[in-house]
Design a protein around this ligand. Structure first.
Ligand SMILES: [Zn+2]
Length: 815
């Protein structure tokens, strides 16, 4: 129908010759056209060429097309005014007729414009043809790309072109309102490289749906990259004069289409909303289910059934849990986040991150949907036409209010709990208000809000070996950042003061006492020094020469002034030279400052003194200490969790390197270069913190293993017997063992003890009889003890007094 419309126009115009009559006639057509539309109830030309999909025929769409046509007419009138010649119409008639027919019939274009200033126009056979296809998920199916490409191929063949496979550019499920598209970006890049010079598009709308993008893009392709563009559907060929007019008309139509579409989508959603169906705005805790039998009420090819909201029981349970934790059990949001991550709670279908985080929980705690109030359309998208970027804007409440639904059947949380949660959230946000910036982001810690900044020797230097995240400063301790959210399982933390002291002490040991390391550092410093010596003074000499040259030039200029014949541009020349001199002088000062050495090569004493200074620096809790430490160690301090025997808690082991090279660079202010012989010292420190219980447990186990009875351990530790038993039980459990039966051990120990005791207690009685010259046998018989015990007793008595133990045989002889 389009060509009929143009025919009508052009016939009339061909009779006229002045612009004034043109406009008058244009106005006449407009009235005719409006009459036609109202009579037919349709647009006067077939829309099938660009309405790909399910454009709904609603009242609004008609008015939309009406406005399009009016716009087209204004454009046409503009063109007429510009040229004011019937010859314009002559080509319009020819071209438009041709182009509209060209959809079915690929005729040769009658008037081909010579491209640019190309002197040697290549044959069509030598042309490299490409095609671009795109579909946006909401409207089209996957096979539409193939269909578009097929159309392009057909058209190309009829033009004597062939499109090679690698020049078929596509963008899948990307809106034409977006400027940044992967396939399009590649197309433009390769067009600028000259990989092709003819581009086939199924429709102009594939290129863009926004007229402010379409035309510049098309013009860039045609004029900058010298690519001939052919739109199959609209019959646009950029080699035909006047293509811009048709292209701009169509670009406006395509843009209007997307606007109408979004409006009809909105209308459809509003209708679904009123009927109580799902519009896909359900959040965590809910889902949607199709209602069988609702397919018929929808139009379109693949109509899907309507859906209704349902409660997802599993997720809903987590929602109630979160509310209970927060309101009834008084957990903080951070603790809830940790628990959710640790218990591997499922997440919202829209969630972009794997883990739970603070804002998600706050979002759940403040979502009114959980008490059955379902708002809709509180925000609306605002698209930047030039970039296609979307921003959300809050819709006025009186506008979105009418869409709010009351759904008591979807209630998960009772109102009382919800209100309590809001109160707590409000109190919380009030508390943190002063720590937030204007846009609500936290300001971050400052020296006023906490004491963290004061301790910053290790700032940004500790990393978790497991997850690679930095250890952060909780105030007094360092802990893995992800452990806070319950994602990393390195939950061990260390006291800042201890870590700092241990690291500084160990570094001190090395840089002050390690002779081998010192030698390396000295060698490295000397190497750097010599390398620097040879480099920097040469640069200084060069700059000095340049400076003296500039000075000479300035003097010469001044001489000319004194001679009384100043050239016209003297001032500007003088100024230029002065600027040059200033720049050179600055560079020189910079170079000289860099060259801080005092003329002497560094020696051992010099290095020793510097290292001592460095060590003193490290002991300060200032940013300079942090800087000094960074210069010393290579990379980060990697913290790893380790088990310690007999300890319930794990400890952290820190590993880092001290590089002799970076130390010497730092000390001498050299630019670090990494080609020299590198000597780094691997250091590993176990940050073990011992509590009293830990030490007690260790001592107890040690004494136990040495065979001491538990009561002796109790005395040594100054604790009760039960405490000792507990400690020993713990010690065995930590070793993965079970503490042996106490009675059995006691019996073994007691046996030994009793024997000891027996010979000791009877010693006096034995010695009394011993002195009365009784035989060992008689003594044993009289005292009713074993003969061996008698021997022991005698031995014991003499040993106790430091006397020689009598020999039994010689005694017997005396008797
Ligand atoms: Zn970690």
């Amino acid at each position: 129908m389009l060509h009929r419309f143009f025919d009508l126009k052009s016939e009339n115009v061909s009779k006229s010759s002045t612009p004034v009559t043109c406009i008058r006639q244009t106005l006449e057509w407009m009235s005719v056209l409006t009459a036609t539309i109202t009579a037919h109830g349709r647009t006067p030309f077939s829309l099938s060429s660009f309405s790909t999909g399910t454009a709904k025929t609603s009242r609004k769409t008609y008015s939309g097309y009406l406005s399009q046509i009016l716009l087209m007419l204004v454009l046409c009138a503009g063109v007429l005014l510009l040229y004011g010649q019937s010859s314009v119409w002559a080509f319009m008639r020819a071209d438009v007729n041709q182009s509209s027919q060209s959809v079915e019939n690929s005729s040769v274009y009658p008037r081909r414009r010579k491209r640019g200033n190309t002197k040697h126009r290549k044959d069509e056979a030598q042309d490299k043809a490409a095609s671009y296809a795109r579909f946006s998920s909401s409207l089209q199916r996957d096979d539409s790309i193939e269909r578009q490409q097929e159309k392009c191929r057909q058209k190309a063949i009829s033009n004597g072109h062939s499109i090679s496979h690698d020049l078929e550019y596509t963008d899948k499920a990307v809106s034409g309102t977006k400027l940044k598209r992967e396939g399009l970006d590649r197309l433009l890049e390769e067009a600028s490289d000259g990989k092709f010079n003819v581009l086939y598009l199924y429709s102009l709308s594939r290129l863009a749906r926004e007229s402010v993008i379409t035309m510049p893009l098309l013009k860039k392709l045609v004029h900058t990259y010298k690519v001939r563009c052919i739109c199959v559907m609209e019959g646009i060929d950029t080699e035909v004069t006047g293509w811009e007019v048709i292209a701009s008309i169509f670009s406006v139509i395509h843009e209007q289409f997307i606007k109408d579409l979004s409006e009809s989508v909105h209308d459809g959603q509003e209708l679904a909303l009123r009927q109580g169906y799902s519009v896909g705005d359900w959040c965590f805790g809910y889902g949607s289910e199709p209602v069988p039998g609702t397919e018929q009420t929808r139009s379109g090819r693949n109509s899907k059934p309507r859906k209704v909201y349902v409660i997802n029981e599993e997720h809903a349970e987590w929602v109630s849990k979160i509310y209970t934790w927060y309101v009834d059990e008084g957990y903080s949001i951070g603790q809830i986040v940790r628990m959710l991550n640790q218990q591997k709670a499922p997440k919202d279908h829209r969630s972009t991150t794997d883990d739970w985080h603070h804002n998600l929980v706050v979002g759940i705690l403040s979502n009114r949907k959980y008490i059955g109030i379902w708002p809709w359309g509180e925000c609306q998208n605002d698209r930047d036409p030039e970039t296609g970027k979307l921003t959300q804007e809050i819709r006025p409440e009186e506008e979105s209010e009418k869409w709010t639904r009351e759904r008591p059947d979807l209630r998960i949380v009772d109102e009382h709990t919800f209100r309590k949660a809001q109160e707590k959230l409000d109190a919380n946000s009030e508390k943190w208000e002063q720590h937030r910036k204007a846009k609500g982001r936290l300001k971050g810690s400052s020296s006023e809000t906490n004491g963290r900044r004061k301790v910053r020797l290790l700032h940004g230097l500790l990393k978790c070996a497991k997850c690679g995240n930095p250890f952060y400063n909780t105030g007094r301790r360092f802990q893995c950042r992800d452990a806070k959210r319950g994602i990393c399982n390195v939950i061990t933390s260390v006291q800042i003061k201890d870590v700092e002291k241990m690291i500084v002490d160990r570094i001190g040991e090395i840089i002050l006492n390690d002779a081998v390391w010192f030698d390396y550092a000295l060698k490295e410093t000397k190497r750097c020094y010599h390398e620097y010596e040879s480099r920097v003074p040469a640069a200084i000499r060069e700059k000095e020469r340049a400076l003296s040259k500039v000075n000479q030039k300035i003097e010469r200029l001044l001489d000319i002034v004194e001679e009384g014949d100043p050239p016209q541009d003297l001032n500007s020349r003088l100024q230029r030279r002065n600027e040059e001199r200033k720049a050179l002088q600055e560079e020189l000062t910079e170079l000289r400052r860099e060259c801080i050495h005092d003329g002497e090569a560094p020696d051992a004493a010099w290095l020793k003194e510097r290292l001592l200074n460095l060590y003193e620096d490290l002991q300060k809790t200032s940013p300079s200490a942090n800087h000094a430490l960074r210069s010393l160690i290579d990379g980060d301090i990697i913290l790893e969790e380790i088990d310690i025997p007999l300890r319930k808690r794990k400890a952290l082991r820190g590993a880092f390197c001290i590089s002799a090279h970076s130390v010497s660079c730092e000390l001498k202010n050299f630019a670090p270069d990494r080609d020299g012989s590198e000597h780094t010292k691997q250091i590993s420190i176990d940050f073990i913190q011992s509590s009293r219980t830990d030490l007690q447990r260790e001592t107890a186990k040690k004494m136990y293993d040495a065979g001491e009875p538990e009561k002796n351990i109790a005395v040594a530790l100054k604790v009760g017997r039960t405490r000792v038993t507990t400690l020993l039980h713990e010690a065995f459990a930590l070793l993965g063992l079970k503490k042996p039966d106490g009675r059995q051990r006691r019996w073994q120990l007691d046996d030994k003890h009793q024997k000891t005791l027996l010979h000791q207690s009877v010693a006096e009685k034995v010695m009394e009889r011993f002195d009365r010259k009784m035989t060992y046998g008689k003594i044993a018989k009289e005292l009713e003890i074993d003969r061996n015990v008698v021997t022991e007793s005698v031995k014991y008595w003499h040993e106790q007094r430091g006397l020689p133990v009598p020999d039994g045989r010689s005694r017997r002889k005396n008797l």
